[in-house]
Design a protein around this ligand. Sequence first.
Ligand SMILES: [Fe+2]
Length: 204
Amino acid sequence: MVYKYQKTTPDWMYHQANLDAEKLPDIQKELLKLLVMTKKQNLVEYTSTFVTVEKELVCKTCPLMMEELCRLGLHNNFSVLAFISVQSDRDFPPHVDVECDIGLNIPVINCKGTETVWYDGKIKDQTVPIYVIGSKSVEVSRIADPMTVTEIGRCDANIPHWINVNMFHRPETHHDKLRIAASLRFYPEPLDENRQLWPHLIKE
Ligand SMILES: [Fe+2]
């Protein structure tokens, strides 16, 4: 059995997200604007870092994205957005996020040539490296013992995906540019009693 942080964590690794492909470029523009705004406020180095942005500011800055969440029936469940930046020379280790099971990842900058990779392994009671902790909430994340990890799957991070964040996972880049993706989190999460995603959220 593959390691999952909690019993209720889904068994699947990823699903392509049913976002309107025609609206995606404009949604990405909104996210870029939000990124620039919050980067100034946060004063955190965007290296290989996880930084959260409050719902209120996201709603104000990204109306098209919110419209799309509304269409999917996710408007009230949306709780927080994170920007996940990856710099190739700073390893983002395999980890579990701990506080939620799934995220909706949307590429923002330089996501071509980057992937989300999943692993099986044993948990270590250790936080992610200090440079990853862009926001306080990331302090709860726990890494895998590097000696124990084996890859179990990967998906293209240049395409919006629902991803399982409570199986060991990490972003991987195959170029030397700074890449940034947005990851939306939900409460309650849009999962049924068998921990399957609401079917209309998956692109056929
Ligand atoms: Fe994560």
